[in-house]
Design a protein. Structure first.
Length: 309
């Protein structure tokens, strides 16, 4: 049974940390002001704006980033943790995460993209998290709804989505625990102690900026690992900037059809419902999902996803 944090109250403190890539203060200004406008108190991590270049522009050294992460996880005054952005670097922190006080006082962790690995870690320890927009908005912007729905979850409000059908959908109903996130990170964790447990789960995946062959390689790895014989359903979110920009006419689209075609072909022989075009990922309308929640997925003429938490 998964543990869900208590709803936040007016004035609750939300820690903002940078577990992966570096950020500039101007990139977080809108998000921080929004948190304040919703009645919460943003608390900035000590190394939020630190920079460390080592083949990638990290938000500090591994030691600095884990210091902020463990502070946010375990400080009893913090009620939720919101990642400033993704990028790359969260895997560095996995072996050093400390949940000693967090286990007694669970709190929501909010993020997506590279934050998928943190959410996988928390789920293996029994804690749900929010796969949703980071404090930093994307270059293509983010809808107000993307943030408003996160605040609804933080306040303990119920969550249910109804969507139009997609040509690549596989009809059917499924019920199970929702897992997943960014496909590249789900793939990167395969075979490690930090990988998701796929048995009887509903898997969500999204991605950005992958060549088509790389996308197929990741799907092949999931297949070779037996993932598609274990899951009860699949939800495919945003797939943008896929393939070659000069050749792919849908390069800037949120839901790349050729990517969907590749995924659809890869799962065609498996008997589980699949939903394509779910609005979560590196896209303008990035509505949140609750990783670890029991969900009821119905895929027919219309699609519904109901969360139980």
């Amino acid at each position: 049974m998964k543990i869900f944090p208590k709803p936040l109250k007016k004035g609750s403190k939300i820690a903002i940390i940078s577990p992966a890539g570096s950020v500039e203060p101007i990139q977080l200004k809108k998000g921080i002001e929004m948190i304040k406008s919703k009645g919460f108190s943003p608390i900035l991590g000590k190394n939020l704006y630190t920079k460390f270049s080592n083949g990638y522009n990290y938000a500090g050294t591994e030691e600095q980033r884990i210091q902020d992460m463990n502070w946010a996880l375990n400080d009893p005054e913090i009620s939720a943790i919101w990642a400033s952005r993704g990028g790359y670097g969260c895997q560095h922190l996995l072996k050093k995460l400390n949940l000693k006080e967090f286990s007694q006082n669970p709190k929501w962790y909010i993020g997506y993209s590279d934050n998928t690995v943190i959410q996988s870690y928390l789920l293996k320890k029994g804690f749900a998290s929010i796969h949703g927009q980071t404090v930093k908005t994307s270059s293509f912007g983010v809808t107000d709804e993307s943030y408003d729905l996160i605040f609804n979850i933080l306040k303990g409000k119920p969550l249910k989505y109804t969507l139009k059908s997609n040509q690549f959908n596989k009809e059917g109903n499924a019920e199970g625990e929702l897992i997943g996130g960014n496909l590249a990170l789900v793939y990167a964790l395969l075979g490690t102690a930090y990988s998701f447990d796929f048995k009887d789960k509903i898997l969500f995946v999204e991605d950005i900026g992958e060549n088509f062959y790389a996308l197929d390689r990741m799907m092949m790895s999931l297949e070779l690992a037996g993932v598609f014989t274990k899951i009860k359903g699949l939800i495919v979110g945003g797939m943008t900037n896929m393939g070659d920009e000069k050749e792919n006419k849908q390069y800037k689209d949120s839901f790349d059809e050729f990517t969907y075609k590749l995924i659809s072909e890869r799962i065609s022989k498996y008997n589980f419902p699949a939903v394509f075009g779910f609005p979560n990922g590196h896209i303008h309308n990035n509505i949140p999902l609750i990783i670890g929640a029991e969900v009821l997925l119905k895929a027919g003429k219309n699609v519904s996803l109901t969360f139980k938490y």
